[in-house]
Design a protein around this ligand. Structure first.
Ligand SMILES: Cc1ncc(COP(=O)(O)O)c(C=O)c1O
Length: 371
């Protein structure tokens, strides 16, 4: 036994190197009406059928859920034409990202992601004892050549959010295929398609095809965004049998709760609700982009349910001042300094009332700041 004089237990250095994930703010002290536009939640809420299924599950709280989430995997399989045995469900897609890291990354390995990529990637990489490696982006967009240039013998996982949070940009399916083709066979490409349902571009695909046809692509999805079930924590992944098998070995035996399983099945069946959410987003994404740019705030073109706003850098009109001003008016946006974007705020598409009000408040801020 080695001598250890530490007066208390010491967490691993790799864990203490992690900067904990900071969720979006949800309160604006002293403001009567608050619009939370900081967490990419849907303003339409979940399908009423999902709420009814959640309530009905209250009768069964003493009983363990089906640890394999069989009916949910079958429902997802039916909806997308996938083999349910190659689907794994998780406590949010965050849970699945953690399982991937723990199954495929260890000391000496590298997890690769992009410059403004989703912050869970370095967190799960470090938590697994591996090293996060960052590839530069071009115009706030993932750059396939830059990613491939960072791949080494040590690279075990490439995390790609498509579309990406917080930039809202995406890679065309052709570019995703080019990335996949350029990766050595030992590298797992994780396509995180949390916002896939919102994308209406012809050249986009969520990643089902490479996840179906190759040995090294896994696609992750979530019920937190367009399905409006963020509170229940429900995500799923689809990929090669050997990858799903590895993840199944280490997941919590009941990692998805019964309420989430029932609500997820019901939500999947309500296509009309999903269509409504897509239409709402289409309308307000383009309206907000135009109106906000008119105010002199640059907006990165987005295909998700959120926009990245770039504020001028001068004193009094920068992102920090905008954040404080908008919060005082009840509009809570997301500060993204942790993503290397201290001059930006991320805005989630809200209800019509929230969107219109936000533009009024922002024009007041920009007018005031400019005057
Ligand atoms: C790109 C991306 N991936 C994954 C997630 C995690 O979502 P959840 O754990 O709620 O499924 C988010 C949530 O913000 C996200 O933006």
């Amino acid at each position: 036994m080695s001598a250890n004089n530490s007066p208390r237990p010491v967490a691993k250095a790799s864990v203490m190197a992690i900067e904990a994930y900071v969720p979006g703010k949800s309160a604006a002290p002293g403001v009567a009406k608050v619009f939370k536009l900081s967490s990419n939640e849907t303003p339409l809420g979940p399908s009423p059928a999902a709420i009814a299924a959640f309530r009905a599950n209250a009768e069964h709280l003493a009983v363990y859920p089906d640890g394999a989430a069989t009916r949910l995997r079958e429902a997802i399989g039916k909806r997308y034409g996938l083999d349910p045995s190659r689907i794994i469900c998780g406590n949010g897609s965050d849970d699945l990202l953690g399982l991937i890291a723990h199954a495929f990354l260890g000391a000496g390995d590298e997890g690769l992601y992009t410059q403004h990529g989703f912050l869970e990637y370095p967190i799960v990489t470090r938590a697994a004892g591996a090293t996060p490696v960052v590839a530069p982006e071009k115009d706030y967009q993932a750059d396939v050549d830059a990613l491939l240039a960072k791949v080494s013998e040590k690279t075990k996982v490439v995390f790609l959010a498509n579309p990406n949070n917080p930039t809202g940009t995406y890679l065309s399916f052709a570019e995703v295929k080019r990335l996949h083709a350029g990766l050595p066979a030992h590298v797992l490409l994780v396509i995180d398609a949390a916002y896939a349902e919102y994308v209406t571009r012809n050249d986009y695909a969520a990643g089902i095809e490479p996840a179906a046809d190759s040995e090294n692509v896994l696609m992750t999805r979530t019920f937190s965004k367009i399905y409006g079930l963020a509170n229940l924590r429900l995500g799923w992944a689809y990929g090669p049998a050997h990858v799903v098998d590895a993840m199944n070995r280490i997941r919590g035996p009941f990692n998805v709760n019964g309420a989430a399983i029932e609500a997820g099945i019901a939500a999947l069946a309500d296509q009309a609700h999903l269509d409504k959410a897509v239409a709402h987003n289409e309308r307000w994404l383009s309206w907000l982009t135009k109106e906000i740019e008119k105010l002199g705030v640059k907006v990165t073109p987005s295909v998700g349910n959120f926009l990245l706003l770039h504020f001028p850098k001068g004193e009094g009109r920068d992102a920090k001042a905008a954040d404080a001003f908008l919060t005082s008016r009840g509009y809570i946006l997301r500060a993204v300094g942790g993503y290397g974007l201290p001059h930006c705020l991320r805005l989630t598409i809200g209800t019509e009332e929230a969107n219109r009000g936000l533009v009024v408040a922002l024009s007041e801020f920009m007018g005031k700041a400019g005057g």
